[in-house]
Design a protein around this ligand. Structure first.
Ligand code: BES
Ligand code: ZN
Ligand code: ZN
Length: 481
């Protein structure tokens, strides 16, 4: 999709005019400046007067006004402008309306009172469709003109587009079925992204290297699979000699649960268990596109949790990369084992200024916070505050879950330093947080449990169809400026 911004009207197949409730639209001229062609203004006023359209949230109406170079004019309501998220949703609704008409060139006319960046963000997200197999029937938007009285700088526009694309890159990675997105495929995708940017490179730690590192967590989880596990390191060097920031992602390309096998209704969506890795790669797509002056290290723990004669078993005691032993009390609590080795590696090898990890880690997080709120945990309150602020600015929801001394105590084993799961404690997300905290030494660290937010298997929204959402990508990109 080619996107341009203009302070003048640009004709296109489909023209979408965003309108708020009547009371916020005193006169069209005041709201749109000189942008709206007079013929269209007359038509809108008439429609509103006759009650065909009121500007309510997500209301749409096609108006038939002949205009040179224009096939359809669509009015989209944005309601009472209470939240910025409403504007993203309205834009998602609008771009889908255009696609439904099988038109592929669009102009969005945006009044002064709306945030053109929110509209753009919603349009890019709303236009997304996962494509696999024969998709010749689908319509892609080839060009979008953002017409607004507000001046938009080229760099701000580029940045917003890069964020929108990053979200969609993450969605694609997560939506692919496990047969299309194995640890091997994930490695290929990381390399593809790195190829687009001279300041990026990928290093892969294969099984042999992981054995040398004693990375018994990721190796243990992967030992039942035919496709070998690997740790994928993606580096972006845009800064001087300062310490890098680290992003770590759980890349479990399929989580069967292992011998603690997941039942029907819980196993189907588990190709999305590499959502953390997908999130990190989306952010690297953004870094490649915008090339900020900073250094960032991404570490993806790419592995499949499968059943076979070689799989790890409940009761096994494994040795993690940091030398601690861990009893595998539940093979379905595999994510923390994978992440632990990744965290240890990034801390010891790269000495990052801080680490943010992303993982579809616990069903308990879904139970506690649902599908719209990401659970966050930290050892450094100021890092948490920075993330909370960034999330708020990007209309994403996060909520802190606690790590307390009791949980640190409860993850200790009788026959091993740690247990990957402890019966009878509850607080599953916090227990996982307490486990991970062991592996970051004193590096400031933020853990994002995206189990509920990364993948919506039941229903979609105006800005994300059913499936992967790209949750947290906008927030983290905005921390990467
Ligand atoms: N990948 C799952 C967590 C998950 C659940 C992600 C639902 C997305 C949706 C994780 O590996 C897992 O199975 N966790 C277990 C841990 C338990 C055995 C301690 C869980 O949360 O049930
Ligand atoms: Zn699991
Ligand atoms: Zn998992």
């Amino acid at each position: 999709m080619k996107i341009k911004a203009s302070t003048k009207f640009v004709a296109a197949d489909a023209v979408v005019v965003f309108l708020s409730d009547k009371k916020y639209t005193p006169t069209l001229k005041k709201t749109y400046g000189e942008i709206l062609p007079p013929e269209v203004s007359v038509e809108i006023s008439a429609r509103m007067k006759e009650g065909d359209f009121s500007g309510k949230k997500n209301e749409t109406l096609q108006v038939f006004q002949k205009l040179r170079g224009v096939q359809k004019i669509i009015l989209v309501g944005v309601g009472d402008l209470k939240t910025l998220e409403d504007q993203r949703k309205a834009a998602g609704t609008a771009i889908r309306a255009v696609k439904k008409l099988k038109l592929n060139k669009a102009t969005f006319v945006i009044p002064k009172s709306l945030d053109a960046f929110r509209i753009l963000s919603g349009a890019i997200a709303g236009a997304y469709e996962f494509k696999i197999g024969d998709t010749s029937e689908r319509v892609d938007i080839s060009s979008l003109n953002i017409c607004t009285p507000a001046k938009i700088s080229a760099s701000d526009l580029e940045r917003e587009i890069a964020v929108g694309e990053a979200v969609n890159v993450t969605r694609d990675l997560i939506n692919y079925p496990a047969g299309h997105m194995s640890p091997e495929d994930l490695e290929k995708r990381a390399k593809d992204i790195a190829k687009t940017c001279k300041k990026m490179k990928v290093t892969v730690l294969d099984e042999k290297k992981l054995k040398k590192m004693n990375a018994g967590g990721i190796l243990g989880v992967g030992q039942g699979a035919h496709i070998p596990p690997r740790m994928i390191i993606i580096e972006y060097k845009g800064g001087a000699k300062e310490a890098p920031e680290a992003l770590v992602g759980k890349g479990v390309c399929f989580d069967s649960g292992g011998y603690n096998l997941k039942p029907t209704n819980h196993i189907e969506g588990m190709h999305s268990d590499m959502g953390g890795a997908g999130t990190v790669l989306g952010v690297f797509h953004y870094l490649a596109a915008t090339q900020p002056a900073k250094n960032v290290i991404g570490v993806l723990g790419a592995v499949e949790n499968m059943i076979s004669g070689t799989s790890f078993k409940p009761s096994d005691i494994i040795t993690m990369a940091n030398g601690q032993t861990c009893q595998v009390t539940n093979t379905d609590a595999e994510g923390r084992l994978v992440l632990a080795d990744c965290l240890h590696h990034v801390v010891t090898k790269y000495k990052p200024s801080h680490i943010i990890d992303f993982a579809t880690l616990t069903g308990a997080c879904v139970a506690a916070l649902g599908n719209e709120i990401t659970g966050i945990m930290t050892n450094t309150p100021s890092l948490l505050e920075t993330a909370q602020k960034a999330a708020e600015e990007n209309d994403e929801l996060v909520w802190e879950l606690p790590i307390i001394p009791l949980f640190r105590e409860k993850i200790k084993g009788d026959n091993s330093d740690l247990l990957c799961w402890t019966a009878g404690v509850g607080a599953g997300s916090s227990m996982a947080g307490a486990f991970l905290e062991n592996f970051v030494q004193d590096t400031p660290w933020l853990h994002c449990d995206i189990a509920g937010t990364a993948f919506h298997d039941k229903s979609g929204s105006e800005t994300a169809p059913r499936g992967a959402t790209g949750a947290m990508v906008r927030t983290i990109c905005s921390m990467m400026k």
